[in-house]
Design a binder for this molecule. Structure first.
Ligand code: FE2
Length: 165
């Protein structure tokens, strides 16, 4: 698989997307995900940042833009589209695709911060996916709060659903 033909992404972005797709596939194998599920995870990974470097894109707009474009191009898997749409914010109603993408986007090895801690989290995903998901959400949300940025309603709903078990 690869980025869609309509992607607007720098070489650095393409390298990030390829690492996300690589990590998510590694997890799919380790977790013995069925072939169809493995393909859904891959699709979400390759789509999620496809418009991240488009002229109108920003941190919050690029997920919805990519999901809308993918739907126009014929993607009709709601789980894949929700994974892409909300990958920056979190989403309370995600199936496994959204959860795996949220994890892989943050834990892929190319990001320069907290390398060792993130690698340790990535290694735990196959055996304890949901526990790691709470830890990753905690880190991502703590970063937003410590930056004095507003939390989107989708993010608080995601967190509340996670801690409600
Ligand atoms: Fe990403």
């Amino acid at each position: 698989m690869n980025l869609p033909s309509w992607a607007v992404a720098t070489p650095e972005r393409r390298a990030h997307v390829a690492r996300v797709a690589g990590l998510i596939d590694q997890w799919a194998v380790a977790m013995r995900a069925p072939e169809g599920e493995r393909a859904r995870w891959a699709k979400a990974a390759w789509l999620h940042d496809a418009l991240r470097d488009a002229p109108a894109a920003d941190e919050l707009a690029h997920g919805p833009a990519a999901a809308d474009r993918a739907a126009q191009e014929g993607e009709n898997d709601p789980g894949v589209l929700d994974a892409v749409r909300y990958h920056s914010l979190g989403y309370a109603h995600w199936d496994d695709v959204g959860r795996m993408l949220y994890l892989a986007d943050f834990l892929e090895p190319g990001r320069s911060f907290d390398r060792e801690a993130r690698a340790a989290l990535a290694a735990r995903v196959p055996a304890e996916r949901d526990a790691v998901l709470v830890e990753v959400a905690e880190r991502r949300i703590a970063w937003t709060v410590s930056s004095r940025w507003a939390l989107a309603p989708e993010t608080t709903a995601f967190w509340n659903a996670l801690v409600a078990g």
